[in-house]
Design a protein around this ligand. Structure first.
Ligand code: SF4
Ligand code: SF4
Length: 130
């Protein structure tokens, strides 16, 4: 079902920029467990903390974990996992336009209505499998 509306082109756009998604406490724990080194070292090597906001470091204009794809898939933040099939697409056409403009993997040619119909089914199935 996912493949009906999205096929990742491995362009890396979603991992580029001067900031990254922010991490929750659960994200941090999962990342530490996945990388397998002490939390303090993970923070020191890979993260940047500004006030209460924890983000991943940026190196050469992309997330430190990006190397022709995400190198920490099972340990990546949940906000990364949501991309690009974000539930906010269902509630607002402008989110569909913004996300499809940022992600060439989105099959925008389906049109908003058809896309949302399939996305809605996909998200329902995903939530049921949790
Ligand atoms: S922007 Fe979209 S197509 Fe490009 S790597 Fe990210 S998810 Fe894949
Ligand atoms: S953690 Fe992975 S998916 Fe998320 S921004 Fe970094 S490289 Fe991209």
């Amino acid at each position: 079902m996912e493949e009906d509306i999205f096929e990742c082109k491995q362009c890396g756009y979603c991992c580029q920029g001067e900031t990254t998604v922010s991490l929750t406490d659960d994200d941090l724990e999962r990342m530490v467990a996945h990388i397998g080194i002490p939390k303090e070292e993970v923070i020191e090597k890979y993260l940047r903390i500004t006030g209460n906001v924890i983000q991943m470091k940026i190196v050469d204009g992309h997330c430190i974990f990006y190397d022709q794809g995400c190198t920490i898939h099972p340990g990546k933040p949940w906000r990364c996992s949501q991309w690009p099939l974000h539930p906010s697409i269902l509630s607002d056409h402008s989110n569909f336009l913004a996300i499809s403009a940022s992600c060439p993997g989105i099959k925008a040619e389906l049109g908003y209505e058809k896309f949302s119909e399939i996305l809605s089914e996909f998200l329902k199935a995903k939530n049921n499998n949790r």
